[in-house]
Write a protein that binds this ligand. Structure first.
Ligand code: PMP
Length: 371
């Protein structure tokens, strides 16, 4: 029995659960599909899988490198990203997924406030990515959640008003998970022009490759123009490498120095690093796969509209059904058809765009459920 004196820090009791998307429950006669975690339904492109195999097994005649630690700085990947994004390699920091990169940021820039006696504050829209409050509260900081507008977008004026002298970081999620809309360049420029200089603004672009909105903000443009902007990106979605855990941030060297200091050492394996490089080397093939997902998204959105559903404009690889109290009921109906979707009780259901057959089945469920 663990002695009563051994107990988690009080902040642990304040963490909301992270309810990861579940796999579908088998239904006889139906192929199961997981539409609950916004993964890429396509496997990585063959050249990437070959590279993963090659890295794991080692070069011909050489030992596998798997018994050795990876490069803690992911130098090869950072240099490849620097060339690809046209940014200095020093401005890139990798992490175990963009979640790892976000965790570095919050750990380095927000905390319990020390001797001041009041915690630092991190402002973000809500509902948004459910890991945000977990990462913020784990750091001992306080999450300040600003409700989305009625049309499921960030309420930037309200977010500005929520900033205090305790605010250290603002998180912008574009496209917003789980609702789908993007922020525009004009909106974000205006916001950045009004944010006090002591606040870091993080632009989480996990789904950027799926965006087709002509006025959508580019996080990298904002980082080039504003010294307090940090961009987060990932290989989990468009690149189909969710399981390998590799993401990164882009920001000024004064910021990246702090991120490297707090980063969990060796968080990105050589396998993940080399897979990411290979994926960038085959970007045309990767983006062709992304386009098929975008085409499917447009087909799904059009079919939903035709069936009378009013869903927010989505630029990610998922759609949001604002079902309110009927969210759980919809998820159950999808489950009966061997589809796992993501219900947020009392709010709505997020459904990832999957294989064509999966999307067709989701549309059948939506039509049968009615609006
Ligand atoms: N940001 C957003 C908005 C996300 O939706 C996700 C994944 N669901 C992440 C970050 C983290 O993804 P990863 O750690 O796999 O890069």
């Amino acid at each position: 029995v663990v002695p009563a004196e051994v107990r988690p820090h009080a902040k642990v009791g304040l963490l909301p659960p992270y309810a990861a998307g579940k796999p579908p429950v088998a239904v006889p006669g139906l192929a199961p599909f997981k539409l609950s975690s916004n993964e890429n339904p396509h496997a990585p492109v063959p050249a990437v899988l070959e590279r993963i195999h090659e890295v794991v097994t080692g070069a011909p005649g050489a030992a596998s490198p798997v018994c050795r630690y990876p490069d803690p700085l992911s130098t090869a990947l950072r240099e490849r990203l620097a060339a690809h994004l046209e940014v200095p390699a020093d401005d890139v920091v990798t992490g175990a997924g963009s979640l790892g990169a976000l965790s570095q940021l919050i750990t380095a820039f927000a905390g319990d406030g020390g001797e001041s006696g009041a915690p630092d504050e991190v402002v973000f829209a809500w509902r948004s990515f459910e890991a945000y409050p977990i990462v913020v509260r784990s750091a001992g900081a306080k999450d300040v959640q600003v409700p989305l507008t009625a049309d499921h977008r960030h309420d930037l004026p309200a977010m500005l008003e929520a900033i205090t002298d305790r605010t250290r970081v603002v998180l912008l999620c574009t496209p917003n998970n789980p609702t789908g809309p993007v922020l525009t360049t004009d909106e974000v420029e205006d916001f950045l022009g009004r944010v006090p200089p002591h606040v870091l603004v993080v632009i989480d672009e996990a789904y950027v490759e799926f965006v087709r909105h002509p006025q959508a903000v580019s996080g990298l443009d904002m980082y080039r123009r504003h010294a307090n902007v940090v961009v987060l990106r990932t290989f989990s979605k468009a690149h189909g490498l969710a399981n390998l855990r590799v993401g990164y941030s882009v920001s000024r060297p004064e910021i990246t120095a702090a991120l490297r200091t707090v980063a969990v050492p060796f968080a990105v394996s050589t396998v993940a690093e080399q897979a990411a490089i290979a994926s960038l080397d085959h970007l045309d093939d990767v983006l062709a796969g992304v386009q098929t997902v975008v085409d499917e998204r447009e087909r799904v959105v059009a079919a939903l509209a035709e069936a009378g559903w009013d869903v927010p404009e989505t630029h990610a690889n998922f759609v949001w059904l604002p079902l309110g109290e009927r969210a759980a009921e919809f998820a159950a109906a999808a489950g009966e058809k061997a589809l796992s979707v993501r219900a947020f009780a009392g709010e709505g259901v997020r459904v990832s765009i999957g294989e064509r057959e999966a999307n067709d089945r989701f549309l059948e469920v939506a039509r049968a459920f009615g609006v």
